[in-house]
Each structure stands twice: as C-alpha cells, then as structure tokens.
Design a protein around this ligand. Structure first.
Ligand code: NDP
Length: 375
C-alpha cells in the first residue's frame, strides 16, 4: 500500500471476480472461523479465503479440502512468516484467543499484510496501542472486527437517533448475558482471555453505546460480581454492571454476565419516544422497534451476513488504501474504557476518562449504506 490512508467513503464497488478479490489468511480455526467466517467468505463480494493458519494440521487439512484449498495453503503458527511470499494474500484475519491478537497482528504487519482482528482488539491498552503502532510503521491497515457497526439494523438505529426525530436521548440500557462463555474454555483463563464477561460480551454493550451516540464517555462507574465458590470464575469475572456518562448528557447503563439466561437487548429512551433492539447482538434475527406517542413501528430491514459486511468493508479499504470505519484506534478506545471499568469496580468510585468532543473521533469514513426492505 502506498500513500496516506484516507477515510473510506462507503462507495459500493459491486461483486468482484475471484481473482480481483482481496485474498485472506485466517489465523485460528475455532468456532467462529468454522461456523461464521467460512460462510461469510462464501457470501462476500470482494473477499477470498486463500490460506489457513492453525496449530492443528489435521483439522486444518480437512477444512482446507472442504473449502477447495490445497495442502500448500495450510500453515502452522511457526510457518506464519511464509505468508510473506504469498502475493495473493493481502490480509490476515486474526481469530485467536484475545491475548494472542497482539503477537499475530505485529507479525502480520512485519510481513506487510493488512490486519483484520477479532474483538476485543487485545487484552490491554498497551497491547492494543502496540498493534496500532506496528501497523502504522509497516504501512498496513488495521481494523477491529466490530460486526455490529456494519449491521443494517444498528446503522438504521443510529440514523434514527442522529436524525433527531426522537428528540434528545436520555438513557441507553444494554444487556448481553448468557449462562456460559461460548466457544473455547480459554475464555475462563485470564492469561488468554484478559478478563471475563466484560471483554467477551460486555464489549458489545460498550461499543454499541459509543457507536449509536457517536460520542465518547468521559466517566464510568462499575461493579463486578462473581458467584462465590463457582469454579468457573476463579480467574475472570462473571458479571459486570457499568454506567457511562457522555458529553451530551446521555447516560448508558449496561450489564453483562456469564451467569444468567441468554438475553441481548438495547433500549434507548429519548424525549419523543424510544427505540428497542431485541435481540440486539445476535448474528441473525435482529429486530428494531421504534415507539413514539403516536405510533409503534418495527423497521423491517433486509438481513445480510454480518460477517460478510465487515469483511467486504475491510477489503474495500485494502483495495482503495482507505482507513476502515472501525480502525485499530476504535478498539484501543474500548480497551481504555474497559480498563477504567475494572478500575472503578476495584476502587468503588467513578473513574474519569479523557474528554473527547465531536462525533466518531476514532472512526474512519462511513460503512456501507443501510439497505431496507420496507418500513
Ligand atoms: P475458539 O476457542 O472456538 O477458537 C480459537 C482458536 O484459536 C482455536 O480453535 C485454535 O485454533 C486457536 N488457538 C491458538 N492457540 C490457542 C490456545 N492457547 N487456546 C485455545 N485456542 C487456541 O474461539 P472463538 O472462535 O470463539 O473466538 C476467537 C476470537 O474471536 C476471540 O477473540 C473472540 O472474542 C472472537 N469472537 C468474536 C465474535 C464476534 O461476533 N465478532 C464471536 C465469537 C468470537 P487452531 O486449532 O486452528 O490452532
């Protein structure tokens, strides 16, 4: 990539032929990769899966065959640098346990590959900043894979709030809870996960509040709780309740947990009505309702593969050399806020954050436009 990184302008470049698409190596072949990302590549318009990086060669070879890839497209973690010679692979998609994101983002940058990294960007502000720096120095793009910010339902919700039709927003409440961490048990190990329900699912509440308001919180107050004697929560927390204060006066009240029956919703209370996303954070079947004094309306929005949307956004950025809507800096800011949330819970007091004015201060240009069936 040459030249300065510009903001992505959201221009749709249509469906590309396989040889014109951005080639990716996926790093880490766990649940998310197998269940969501392989289908997302199949649904994408400008992204192509070209290589697999895994610690389990047998599994990787089976998956490669199923995907139409060859034995030569399978790499171990130790062989990662061999991707340097693969000119058809321009980007890596890091889908590893959280604490390994930094190492592979830096290694990818060092061999000149653009980096799409799963959330949370990393396990600390220091790690996340190191990833941003490594990509900057190498002149490659870094995007935090925040699928919610590319999802038509959330874009429509944000558009509704920013239009002013509901008046000033007073309160947002978001909940993301489930009875177990889903996927690998590494989520219960501090060394690999970096934290508990906050980094895994509470991040959706946090990041979506920031996305919908477009603002940055300047103060947080939080509690954490883990059921005593529950062996799952000896290293990471079970539940977190946290409140964010935004410059325009909006209060965002959030709860995440690994210990309650599945529920994922987000409600916004505003002067002239309220808005409800329920479910709010699932991969499919999202619902968006708007309730005012004169009408109750459900916006029927065409559902699209959320992972394909984020993937294609990044591919468009790689092809045009533009800054993604959710660059590394967007992930770093969430990491700062999560560290403040833990600090607040530890110290039992509100924690101040650096104040930022204006909207979308950490984001790049717009994501793809909303496509609506009818409303
Ligand atoms: P899994 O446990 O299902 O898979 C992780 C994979 O990482 C493993 O299968 C393994 O792949 C590889 N790995 C390498 N080292 C280790 C290690 N020490 N312990 C365990 N696995 C290791 O996790 P997920 O796929 O659910 O999550 C991966 C990442 O994706 C996380 O950062 C998570 O937060 C994120 N995620 C994002 C979602 C979203 O909606 N955006 C949803 C779910 C997860 P291999 O055998 O090939 O080496």
């Amino acid at each position: 990539m040459t030249g300065n990184i510009k903001d992505y302008d959201g221009t749709d470049q249509g469906v590309l032929a396989p040889e014109e698409r951005v080639g990716y190596a996926v790093v880490g072949l766990g649940d998310l990769t197998e269940e969501e990302l392989y289908p997302a590549f199949a649904h994408s318009a400008r992204s192509r899966l070209g290589a697999l990086v895994s610690g389990d060669r047998d599994k990787a070879l089976v998956q490669a065959r199923q995907l139409g890839l060859s034995e030569g497209d399978v790499y171990s973690y130790e062989q990662f640098e061999n991707l340097k010679d693969r000119e058809d692979i321009r980007a890596v998609f890091i889908v590893l346990p959280n604490s390994l994101h930094r190492e592979f983002a830096v290694r990818a940058a060092e061999i000149g590959k653009h980096v799409l990294c799963e959330k949370p960007l990393s396990v600390s502000v220091a790690d996340a900043e190191a990833m941003v720096l490594a990509c900057k120095v190498a002149g490659v793009l870094l995007m935090t894979a925040y699928r919610i910010q590319y999802t038509p339902h959330h874009q429509a919700a944000r558009e509704e709030l920013h239009s002013g039709r509901l008046g000033r927003v007073k309160l947002m409440t978001a909940v993301d809870v489930q009875t177990e961490p889903q996927g690998g048990q590494w989520r219960l190990k501090r060394e690999l996960a970096g934290g508990g329900s906050l980094l895994d699912v509470g991040l959706y509440c946090l990041n979506t509040s920031r996305f919908l308001t477009g603002e940055e919180p300047y103060e947080v107050f939080a509690y954490t709780h883990s059921t005593p004697d529950d062996p799952r929560f000896t290293e990471v927390e079970e539940s977190v309740s946290f409140t964010l204060r935004f410059p325009s006066g909006i209060i965002s009240s959030n709860f995440c947990s690994y210990g309650a029956s599945k529920h994922r919703s987000l409600r916004v209370l505003a002067e002239k009505g309220n808005l409800l996303l329920d479910p709010a954070f699932d991969y499919t079947s999202l619902r968006l309702k708007i309730d005012t004094e004169t009408e109750v309306r459900e916006l029927l929005i065409k559902e699209t593969d959320q992972f394909a949307l984020e993937l294609d956004h990044f591919s468009a950025c790689v092809q045009s050399g533009t800054r993604p809507f959710t660059p590394g800096e967007e992930g770093v800011q969430d990491q700062r806020i999560m560290e403040a949330i833990y600090q607040s819970a530890r110290e039992g007091r509100p924690v101040q954050l650096q104040r930022f004015e204006g909207r979308d201060v950490f984001r790049g240009g717009p994501a793809a436009p909303v496509e609506r069936k009818r409303s």
